[in-house]
Design a protein around this ligand. Structure first.
Ligand code: PMV
Length: 340
């Protein structure tokens, strides 16, 4: 018996940064699910010792990854009888380069959660309809990596309690209101400034928020930003969209800098790209804006109809600031899918 799923990465516009036990976000977040950057995970039920499991990446052992998986399995064992009653063999593979400015933990934990939920169901330990199956999978994915809760769904996704109907802290939901057509076909060009390992893991970064003196104000800001972005997503007010999205990126990095240890994740080329993006926008009236994950790479967000001029801008003004001129050309996608 086996199950195979593919899940995409996602990029947060309203950032999740700070949490309570167990993986409950300090504020709601909103993301765009990508299309191309994906993880494929396959889980097989073996005949070995019940309760045991093994993990390979692209068919090769990956011992460095095991402590995170041990913690994940400890959290979900009581929720999925499958885990203690069978031996599981897990293999996963990403189609995007490691440390490319796209977090693989979201796509990995989402695809793994879906495989485990699927097998749990195939073995008769649960009998959920499609909606409940996705919700429960998102909740399981959340226990591996908070942002993974959002990769279960496509398009625009919200995770965390907010004024949006159905939103909650346990699992993500697809953005419930009708979005303005400009947001139907959005793109994300990831400019790779550096692919070096980050000096601050997201686990450590979230934990630093517990002692950050600005944390309460930040959580309030995130809630206000989401409230405004909900309006913008329905009205299509691009100017306001740009303001909110860029301010969120700056707040994330501001928090990382003013948390204990004062980590700087941006590089000089990150700042150069940001100023070029802003200059290009003021000179052309483009809808292009940027966001940042917890790293130095720059995500360019823009509507599909601006694809050609923005590609020229990337080639002529941005690639010289990217590591080996590397960038990923991605766009909004449909979310996780089963592979038969
Ligand atoms: O899911 P985690 O624990 O890796 O945290 C993700 C944090 C950010 O990527 C910086 C923001 C987000 O909402 O995805």
């Amino acid at each position: 018996m086996q199950s195979k799923w593919t899940a995409p990465a996602n990029i947060a516009l309203i950032k999740y940064w700070g949490k309570q036990a167990v993986q409950i976000p300090a504020n709601p977040s909103l993301s765009m699910t990508l299309s191309r950057a994906r993880t494929v995970t396959e889980v097989k039920v073996g005949n070995g010792k019940p309760g045991s499991w093994s993990y390979t990446y692209a068919g090769q052992p990956k011992p460095g990854f095991e402590p995170k998986l041990v913690a994940f399995f400890d959290r979900i064992r009581d929720l999925l009888p499958l885990i203690s009653k069978h031996e599981l063999q897990i293999n996963s593979e990403n189609n995007f380069p490691h440390s490319s400015g796209i977090s693989s933990s979201a796509s990995f934990h989402a695809s793994l959660a879906l495989c485990l939920m699927d097998l749990n169901q195939q073995l008769g330990y649960s009998d959920l309809n499609e909606t409940a199956f996705r919700q429960q999978s998102s909740a399981i994915a959340r226990l591996g990596s908070g942002s993974a809760a959002r990769s279960v769904y496509g398009s625009w996704v919200v995770w965390g309690q907010s004024e949006l109907s159905g939103s909650n802290n346990q699992y993500a939901i697809p953005f419930p209101d009708t979005v303005h057509p400009i947001f139907d076909r959005y793109r994300d060009a990831v400019l790779i400034v550096s692919s070096e390992a980050k000096p601050l893991s997201s686990t450590a970064g979230h934990a630093l928020m517990d002692t950050n003196p600005f944390a309460p104000t930040r959580y309030e800001q995130a809630r206000n930003h989401l409230k405004q972005l909900i309006q913008v997503m329905t009205t299509g007010d691009i100017t306001r969209f740009i303001d909110i999205v860029e301010q969120e990126a700056m707040s994330l990095h501001g928090l990382i800098m003013n948390s204990r240890g004062g980590t700087i994740l941006m590089k000089p080329h990150t700042l150069e790209l940001i100023s070029r993006i802003r200059r290009y926008r003021s000179e052309t009236g483009s809808s292009l804006c940027f966001t940042l994950d917890a790293g130095p790479n720059v995500h360019l967000l823009y509507p599909d109809q601006e694809k050609e001029p923005i590609r020229s801008f990337i080639r002529s003004e941005c690639l010289q600031f990217c590591e080996n001129e590397k960038w990923l050309d991605d766009y909004i996608g449909n979310g996780a899918e089963r592979i038969n």
